[in-house]
Design a protein around this ligand. Structure first.
Ligand SMILES: [Zn+2]
Length: 289
């Protein structure tokens, strides 16, 4: 399904009038280093052996869809690293990808694939209260790949903060969520779709817990609450191109819009601030103008 159609279906978004604007308004195709960016490092992909049958299935899925390879190429076309950084997929104790500063590598956990698959297999995961129904396997696959990209670029943000000793005021988890949206919004329709999948995941996690007190663990966590991440990601994607994503806003005649009007009004400025902040921080390391 074309990304624009997915956008309408999932977030009730408008047809694409133009490619998403972003920190690099060129399509996703990797480009050679221009020579202006400092740092010759790249993400180096490795799929380590899987320890369980479920992880082996996940490993085969990730390899078949070239998930890590494509994410690495997409990032490498845009940002130079000070040295090569392993981007490895591995069996983990918990299904949570992470940046390991001591080891200097990003780890994608095979366990995220079945977790994400279960999450996306239920319909109405987009926060709009759709009717529960089984979703087609191909659509679920697409969302698993999308969420994987959203999370990988989030982890890349942590890596950049550490590797370049970037200043961060406020919560680093929010800052690297912002980088992930910025990267996804700066590419083609496929990558905008990845952002939608990630938004849907936060929406599904939020809906799953709605009605209950998130509790001490969630309130004290370094991450924003799932519901906050849902609205933040939706806000920033909308803010990246309000014309294209106008239908994301709850408005008269568009009650399915996920963004309340009061927040939506702030999103274009939020996105511009995010873009200029990350562009300033990464200026010496950007491969694209
Ligand atoms: Zn994080």
């Amino acid at each position: 399904m074309p990304a624009a159609a997915r956008l309408r279906r999932r977030l009730a978004l408008a047809p694409a009038a133009a490619l998403l604007a972003g920190c690099a308004a060129t399509p996703a195709a990797p480009s050679p280093t221009t020579g202006t960016a400092t740092g010759a490092g790249r993400l180096v992909v490795a799929y380590e052996a899987a320890r369980t049958p479920e992880d082996r299935t996940a490993r085969a899925f990730l390899r078949a869809h070239r998930v890590l390879e494509d994410a690495a190429a997409y990032a490498d076309a845009r940002i130079a690293l000070p040295r090569d950084v392993p981007l490895r997929a591995a069996s983990c104790e918990a299904p949570n990808p992470y940046w390991d500063e001591a080891a200097g590598r990003i780890t994608y956990c095979y366990g995220l694939v079945p977790e994400a698959r279960r999450l996306f297999a239920r319909a109405g995961t987009d926060g709009t209260g759709g009717t529960p129904a089984r979703r087609p396997a191909a659509a679920v696959d697409e969302d698993v790949v999308g969420l994987s990209n959203g999370i990988l670029f989030h982890e890349l943000g942590h890596a950049l903060v550490d590797l370049y000793d970037l200043p961060v005021t406020g919560r680093e988890e929010d800052a690297v969520d912002q980088l992930a949206v910025l990267l996804l919004a700066s590419g083609d329709e496929r990558h905008a779709g990845y952002a939608i999948s990630t938004i849907d995941a936060w929406g599904a996690l939020w809906k799953a817990a709605e009605g209950g007190d998130p509790g001490v663990a969630a309130y004290s966590d370094v991450h924003s609450l799932d519901g906050q991440r849902f609205f933040n990601w939706a806000c920033w994607l909308y803010g990246s191109d309000p014309g294209r994503f106008a239908d994301a806003v709850d408005a008269e005649g568009n009650p399915d819009g996920v963004l309340p009007r009061d927040r939506a009004a702030l999103c274009p400025a939020e996105f511009r601030r995010i873009e200029s902040s990350w562009r300033t921080l990464l200026a010496p390391h950007l491969k694209q103008p």
